[in-house]
Write a protein that binds this ligand. Structure first.
Ligand code: ADP
Ligand code: MG
Length: 224
């Protein structure tokens, strides 16, 4: 788990987990996946959290994104206690505040790369409908995929698909990008390019949180 930076008293952390506990109740009994987690992530930080399979990485990501609720404790993101929000509110909040990147990209196969990139804008009703296509094109240019805009995801390499998923994560210009094993399905050279892309985004002020079991990644981030 990351060490904590001493932050200036003036600005509260962008993401804060306080005494977060997650217990799964199963037929085999209770399983504590997160035990009293305290973490802070500041604006513009690039953090990777390393842990072996089953150590609770995805559970932690689900706390930050509000996909799942803690059993106890507080999750505060950009001033909002997200575990207290209702599902409908949470979905809109998530769409505007977070970009989420998954191990298996999760692009919609029947839509073009451009349409995939526009989806979060449509979902959250961000930007005027006539502006969305140009915004999405801008993002594809930023990540180097403008040539692939009209293609369907299956026509792209794994690295290009993950790059498209990152463009989609940027669609609503969220302050935070959260990624769960984003290089887990890529070869090492491609993984390197994806990490450079995250670094570029961090240098442009995005707060990046990556969970991974890949040691190469933790060497690069500002905290490990
Ligand atoms: P990681 O992403 O680090 O591989 P996870 O966060 O997915 O780990 O899971 C952490 C632990 O919690 C694992 O032992 C897993 O079996 C357990 N777990 C995760 N989700 C559930 C669930 N919905 N019900 C019961 N146990 C779960
Ligand atoms: Mg996982």
């Amino acid at each position: 788990m990351p060490a904590l930076f001493a932050s200036p008293a003036a600005s509260p952390p962008l993401i804060e987990l306080i005494n977060v506990v997650k217990i799964f109740h199963t037929t085999a009994g209770d399983f504590t996946a997160l035990k009293n987690i305290n973490l802070k992530f500041e604006l513009g930080e690039f953090t990777s959290i390393m842990g072996k399979s089953g150590s609770g990485k995805s559970t932690l990501v689900n706390m930050i994104t509000g996909i799942d609720h803690p059993t106890s404790g507080t999750v505060r993101v950009d001033g909002t206690e997200i575990h207290r929000m209702k599902e409908g509110q949470l979905a809109v909040w998530r769409g505007r505040s977070l970009g989420i990147v998954f191990q298996f990209f999760q692009l919609l196969p029947t839509l073009s790369v451009l349409e995939n990139t526009m989806l979060p804008m449509d979902f959250c009703n961000m930007y005027a409908p006539t502006e969305r296509e140009e915004k999405a094109f801008e993002l594809l240019r930023l990540v180097g995929l403008e040539e692939e805009a009209e293609k369907q995801p299956a026509a792209l390499s794994g690295g290009q698909q993950q790059t498209a998923a990152i463009a989609r994560a940027l669609a609503n210009d969220p302050p935070i990008i959260v990624a769960d094993e984003p290089t887990g399905n890529l070869d090492s050279l491609t993984a390197e390019r994806i990490l450079e892309l995250f670094e570029m985004l961090a240098s442009r002020g995005k707060t990046i949180v990556i969970v991974t079991h890949d040691p190469a990644l933790s060497k690069r981030s500002t905290l490990a």
